[in-house]
Design a protein around this ligand. Structure first.
Ligand code: HEM
Length: 530
């Protein structure tokens, strides 16, 4: 085999060998790297075959022209070094040059050069703070990648994400363009980035998946290669298999009630499609909703409890409101008053304002082949990715003032013109800049469900073991308002709920210890602010 390859190579060598002078041979290597840069610029590709053909094959062939001047080993070394160096230099110079289509947007040099810098930032779990800092330094639009901007200007929300806005970022589009059946595992990681961009929470393989999706979200080509690393691919395979098994089981058993799957699987035989979708589509729909709905809701609940526990006055006020709507004997799980309880909804909104579960927003992209798009006051050339940075928009004093960075639920009551509320001087409340569920036709499909979940959780505790409080110091926690009821956490807001759960106090303490243990060990910056 080796002999045959050697013979083939020397035949090839004889055919293409031209005995070029050294300068000409080197110039040939440099020019091919420049041509390949143009190809990459035109057709950004995540195909491994294309990467091999463009990155590895040309310098190997061109090494032949150096054979007259160096030893065999040196030819290869010089050819590859010069080729890759020229390619990287050419790409870098272009990215920081005034000729780049988004050169006029300010941003740090490293961000302009490569997304690898963002991979590092993301791996530290503080992307939302990093981007907020960049907006404070550079203004309302910042170049955060070679072809990517982050926006803090609410006037960009409608043109970017509204009915005439842009489609979702490159990963989602690439998924839609898959010709054959999709490899769910591969794309799941990319999707979670769009959705869960900046969450910071812990939890075994979930966290592994999340960290991976964060990183691959910044540099999708890494995801393609990582899929070939046995440890990564086996985690993805396990995830795939478990999603598949759950879906098959659910399809086999049919509906007991009208859950989400009832609709995914077209079990009502109504709507646009009357037949069930292919099983792969059902699996992917199910997985996406679980991913989209679980971590967003649980992290918001974490933050909500954190805010209440660190603001005992607000906690007591909420307790009073609950007691007034649901006096002793009333079923607090009855949803009839939930949407009308002003302070409860103000507390939820204020939590979502300070800690949006998707802080860096959802990416949109200007499709290739268009002449670019005007997004509010900004012009975005084709193939530029852009996202409104929810976290920065929510914490901008031009949108919410005073106490912009503080937990102050009253702002929502004042804005709604609630009786008895003082209108502070210079009060600003830009409702259009409050977008925790994103905006437009592609916003969060689970918004109503999520809000109801938040309201109900006051009474039930909801997500059980997933519920973690971000940062707890004994001084800031009013332990007497928390009880543990075997499987769920119960925040006791109604007087009549207290009896019956007291016996579980030991359980509660164990649970609390577990939280503290997790918060201490999992250094994922659970408290979003630190
Ligand atoms: C507090 C809780 C939640 C927050 C803050 C939240 C936020 C978001 C955001 C910002 C997006 C991106 C939308 C966009 O690209 O413009 C999104 C998408 C989505 N959410 Fe939620 N979400 C929450 C809970 C849920 C729940 C409980 C479900 C369960 C059904 C859910 C299902 C989805 C789905 C399926 C998408 C993808 C929509 C699409 O791409 O078309 N979310 N969510």
């Amino acid at each position: 085999m080796i002999v045959a390859f050697d013979r083939m190579y020397s035949n090839f060598q004889t055919i293409v060998s031209l005995h070029l002078p050294l300068r000409t041979a080197l110039a040939l290597v440099v020019s091919s790297a420049l041509v390949v840069h143009q190809i990459f610029k035109r057709y950004e590709t995540y195909s491994i075959l294309a990467h091999v053909l463009l990155l590895l094959v040309p310098p190997r062939i061109l090494a032949i022209y150096l054979e007259d001047h160096f030893t065999h080993f040196l030819c290869i070394l010089v050819s590859y070094t010069l080729y890759l160096f020229t390619l990287i230099l050419s790409i870098s110079l272009y990215r920081v040059s005034p000729f780049h289509p988004i050169a006029h947007y300010p941003g740090p040099l490293l961000n302009k050069l490569s997304k690898l810098w963002m991979v590092w930032v993301v791996s530290r779990g503080k992307l939302h703070l990093y981007l907020k800092g960049l907006h404070e330094q550079y203004g309302d639009i910042v170049r955060i990648g070679p072809n990517e901007v982050s926006i803090r200007d609410p006037s960009a929300i409608v043109p970017l994400m509204g009915p005439d806005g842009l489609p979702k970022g490159p990963f989602v589009e690439a998924l839609a363009n898959q010709k054959s059946e999709i490899d769910l595992g591969k794309w799941l990681g990319f999707f979670t980035y769009d959705l869960l961009s900046d969450l910071a929470y812990g939890g075994g393989s979930e966290m592994l998946r999340l960290v991976a999706s964060h990183i691959f979200g910044q540099a999708p080509w890494m995801g393609i290669y990582a899929n070939y690393i046995p440890q990564v691919s086996s985690t993805i395979r396990r995830l795939n298999e478990s999603e598949k098994a759950r879906t098959m089981e659910r399809v086999k058993n049919g509906s007991i009630k009208r859950d989400l799957f009832y609709y995914f699987n077209n079990e009502d035989c109504q709507g646009a499609e009357s037949t069930p979708p292919p099983i792969k589509v059902a699996i992917s729909d199910g997985s996406l909703s679980v991913i989209a709905g679980t971590d967003t809701a649980s992290s918001t609940l974490n933050n909500l409890f954190y805010c209440l526990l660190t603001h005992p006055k607000a906690c007591n006020r909420l307790r009073e409101e609950v007691d007034s709507y649901y006096p002793a004997g009333e079923n607090a799980l009855d949803t009839k008053h939930h949407a009308d309880m002003p302070f409860l909804n103000a507390v939820i909104n204020e939590t979502l304002r300070l800690y949006p579960a998707v802080p860096s927003g959802s990416q949109r992209v200007v499709i290739k082949g268009t002449c670019g798009r005007a997004i509010g006051p900004y012009y975005l050339p084709e193939w530029t990715s852009a996202a409104v940075h929810f976290y920065s928009v929510h914490r901008d004093p031009r949108n919410f003032y005073p106490s912009t960075d503080a937990f102050w639920p009253d702002r929502w009551l004042i804005a709604a013109g609630q009786k008895g509320q003082q209108f502070p001087e210079n009060f600003v409340h830009n409702a259009a800049a409050f977008i925790p569920f994103s905006y437009g036709p592609e916003n969060c499909v689970g918004k109503a469900l999520a809000l109801q979940e938040m309201r109900m959780t006051y009474f039930r505790g909801g997500t059980g073991r997933f519920l973690r409080i971000n940062k707890i110091t004994s001084a800031s926690v009013d332990f007497t308002s928390l009880y543990y009821d075997n499987s769920v956490m119960l925040i006791v807001l109604c007087q009549d709920n207290i009896s019956g759960v007291k016996a579980q106090r030991d359980g509660f303490l164990m649970w609390m210890a577990e939280i503290l243990y997790e918060a201490g060990v999992a250094a994922f910056g659970c408290n979003i602010d630190q």
